[in-house]
Design a protein around this ligand. Structure first.
Ligand SMILES: [Zn+2]
Length: 164
């Protein structure tokens, strides 16, 4: 019995260590400024009205409406506004939330900000390249990997399958 407990403790310890290693640091950079700068008039011209509402006005698409939600193809999810690569398909998972979800982004692709738009503090995700709003990150992701749920509006993403 004692051994069993000891083993469980050891196992729990190694899982913690593993998740600590995979744990991507989410740091809000107050001095963030995007590399790509366009006027809102220009963005409005380039984006569809639903894209503009999400990407430039921090809107949220209706849950379960994105055609990328159940996409299981291998490839890369890019920012639809500036084409910067943001997420890899291998880190996409079914969170049940109704929005495309990933347990981690491509390193350096995301800028984080704090928002209080719905009265509670949430961590907003923006494209680090063009500053467009993508979604939010929450701490209820897969515990076996990063524990993070990057909850992204499908309308903000452009999927490019591998080899294309
Ligand atoms: Zn972008």
């Amino acid at each position: 019995m004692k051994l069993k407990i000891l083993l469980l403790v050891a196992l729990a310890g190694s899982i913690n260590l593993l998740s600590a290693q995979l744990h991507e640091e989410i740091v809000v950079d107050e001095n963030f400024s995007p590399k790509v700068n366009k006027s809102e008039v220009q963005w409005k011209k380039e984006l569809s009205s639903s894209q503009y509402r999400v990407l430039r006005q921090a809107g949220t698409e209706y849950a379960f409406t994105s055609e990328l939600l159940d996409n299981k193809e291998e490839g890369t999810y890019h920012c639809v506004a500036c084409e910067a690569p943001l997420f890899e398909s291998e880190y996409k998972y079914d969170s049940g939330s109704g929005w495309p979800s990933f347990d981690r982004p491509i390193k350096g692709a995301i800028a984080y900000d704090v928002d209080y738009n719905i009265g509670v503090q949430r961590i907003e995700e923006k494209c680090a390249n063009c500053g467009s709003h993508l979604g939010h990150v929450f701490n209820d992701g897969p515990i076996r990997t990063t524990g993070k749920r990057h909850c992204i509006n499908g309308v903000a993403l452009k999927f490019i399958p591998n080899g294309k």
